[in-house]
Write a protein that binds this ligand. Structure first.
Ligand code: IPE
Ligand code: IPE
Ligand code: MG
Ligand code: MG
Ligand code: MG
Length: 295
């Protein structure tokens, strides 16, 4: 098996088990827990957890040290998808190859399951074992997670995405949306690894450059797949962006222009990675996967 496949088959179950245990243990209404588990277990790629694990590995640290933070990121990502699919947002009926959360549990429970996942994420980071992260590291992880996920990050990007519907945005405005709605949580996955490994500022800056480019690349590929993918491959409806008159890289730059921008960001990501002095083999492979992914 290729090293990335081996890595994925080993570390994906690690975060998936953590997610299942964290929700199953909650003393909460069964309907709420079922709704949370339904979306968590619908089969995402877990690219963010894998980025965190691969970053720890690049520093020579055990990926296991990132499992609570990885679960937290995946909870916030999953909540963002549940809310993104709501009728008041993108109004989509299919996610991860299954009916969307609100289609199964109703809108109110879907909203509340999202709220509960967001809140639980912070408890996950708060309860990391002190040998893995001391109080200062934990505090930094919590503060930066709040920034990446909230108004100055993902939520801010989602608002700009929504307000841009039907408007003709500039490339700079679209870049703001992509960096925030998608890039910030992906970037956090890398930077959280650097934080746990207590990297120096210079390495963090280089990884931050890397993360910026993969974040943008990831959403550009998502935009392209909304046009070129199949429902079976991506597990969500095709043409959702066109239907919602979204600004996307293909809508601004043409499909060909979007593909060129994607290639450019992938190459800049790898360039940034090569300056870190770390063992970045897995991170490079994940970068290629982001550029080429079909799901
Ligand atoms: C989809 O994210 C939403 C975006 C931010 C583009 P993913 O493509 O990572 O979705 P899953 O987790 O694999 O379902
Ligand atoms: C995703 O943007 C952003 C977040 C969920 C934060 P999209 O709306 O393009 O994601 P998909 O295509 O529905 O997964
Ligand atoms: Mg959206
Ligand atoms: Mg959407
Ligand atoms: Mg999309």
């Amino acid at each position: 098996m290729d090293p990335l496949d081996t890595f994925i088959s080993h570390y994906k179950p690690l975060v998936e088990n953590r997610l299942e245990n964290a929700v199953t243990q909650l003393e909460a209404p069964e309907s709420l827990k079922n709704s949370m588990l339904y979306s968590l277990q619908a089969g995402g790629k877990r690219i963010r957890p894998l980025l965190l694990f691969a970053t720890l590995k690049a520093f020579g640290y055990k990926p296991e040290m990132g499992v609570d933070t990885a679960a937290a990121i995946e909870m916030i990502h999953t909540y963002s998808l549940i809310h993104d699919d709501l009728p008041s947002m993108d109004d989509d009926d299919l996610r991860r190859g299954k009916p969307t959360n609100h289609k199964v549990y109703g809108e109110a429970t879907a909203i509340l399951a999202g709220d509960a996942l967001l809140t639980l994420a912070f408890k996950m980071v708060g309860s990391i074992d002190p040998e893995t992260a001391d109080a200062n590291v934990k505090l930094a992880l919590i503060n930066t997670l709040s920034k990446a996920a909230g108004a100055e990050g993902m939520v801010g990007g989602q608002v700009a995405d929504m307000e841009g519907e039907g408007e003709k945005l500039t490339l700079k405005e679209l870049e703001y949306i992509h960096i925030n709605k998608t890039g910030r949580l992906l970037a956090y996955s890398v930077l959280a690894g650097a934080e746990i490994a207590q990297a120096n500022q210079s390495v963090k800056d280089k990884l931050s450059q890397f993360a910026h480019h993969i974040g943008l690349a990831f959403q550009i590929r998502d935009d392209i797949l909304d046009l070129e993918g199949t429902e079976e491959q991506i597990g969500k409806p095709i043409g959702s962006d066109t239907e919602n008159e979204k600004n996307t890289y293909p809508s601004l730059l043409s499909l060909e222009g979007a593909k060129k921008a994607l290639t450019e960001h992938i190459s800049q990501a790898k360039q940034a990675l090569s300056t870190t002095g770390l063992d970045t083999t897995l991170l490079e492979q994940i970068t290629d996967l982001i550029g080429l992914r079909n799901s």
